[in-house]
Design a protein around this ligand. Structure first.
Ligand SMILES: [Cu+2]
Length: 153
C-alpha cells in the first residue's frame, strides 16, 4: 500500500512527460514533395530549372532555406514575374511553406534555378537534391530530367 502511494506521483510525472513529448512532435511541420521534374539542358547552357510541389501537412509554418545538389554548383528558389512587359526573376532566400498548404512550383512562377550544372549528371535520368528547412527538416528529392522538346507526350 505504501509502495503504491509512493509510485503514483512518479507515474503521473512520467505520463505528463510523455504527453508533452507527443504534443511537441505533433507541432512539427510534416513536409513532403511530389510532381517534380527538371528541364533537360539546352545545348551550350549550364543553367536549368526544376519544378515540384512541397506540402506542409503539419500545424506549424516552415521555410525552405537552402538547397543543394551534386549535379550543380548552386540551386536557388526563384520567382518569375512580368515587370513592364519583361519577364524578370527574383531570388527568394527563404520560401514560406504555410501549415496545411501546398506550394507549387511551375513555369512562369516559382522555380528551382539550377546553376553551374554538371553536364554529366544532367545526362542521366534524374538529379537528386537536398532541401533544408528552418525547422531542421531535410527533404531528399529526386527530379526526373525532362526534355522540353519531347515534354508534350
Ligand atoms: Cu530563375
Amino acid at each position: 500500500m505504501q509502495l503504491s502511494l509512493l509510485l503514483s506521483p512518479l507515474k503521473l510525472l512520467v505520463l505528463l512527460g510523455l504527453s508533452s513529448i507527443c504534443t511537441g512532435l505533433s507541432a512539427q511541420p510534416e513536409l513532403s514533395w511530389s510532381a517534380g521534374h527538371a528541364n533537360a539542358l539546352i545545348p551550350g547552357q549550364s543553367v536549368s530549372a526544376g519544378y515540384l510541389s512541397i506540402t506542409n501537412a503539419g500545424d506549424e509554418d516552415d521555410r525552405l532555406i537552402s538547397l543543394s545538389t551534386e549535379a550543380a554548383a548552386m540551386v536557388q528558389v526563384h520567382e518569375s514575374a512580368m515587370s513592364d512587359g519583361m519577364m524578370t526573376m527574383r531570388h527568394i532566400e527563404s520560401l514560406l511553406i504555410p501549415a496545411g498548404e501546398t506550394i507549387e512550383f511551375q513555369p512562369g512562377g516559382l522555380h528551382l534555378m539550377i546553376m553551374g550544372v554538371d553536364q554529366e549528371a544532367f545526362s542521366s535520368d534524374s538529379i537528386d537534391l537536398q532541401l533544408s528547412f528552418e525547422s531542421g527538416a531535410v527533404l531528399s528529392v529526386s527530379l526526373p530530367i525532362k526534355s522540353m522538346l519531347s515534354g508534350h507526350h
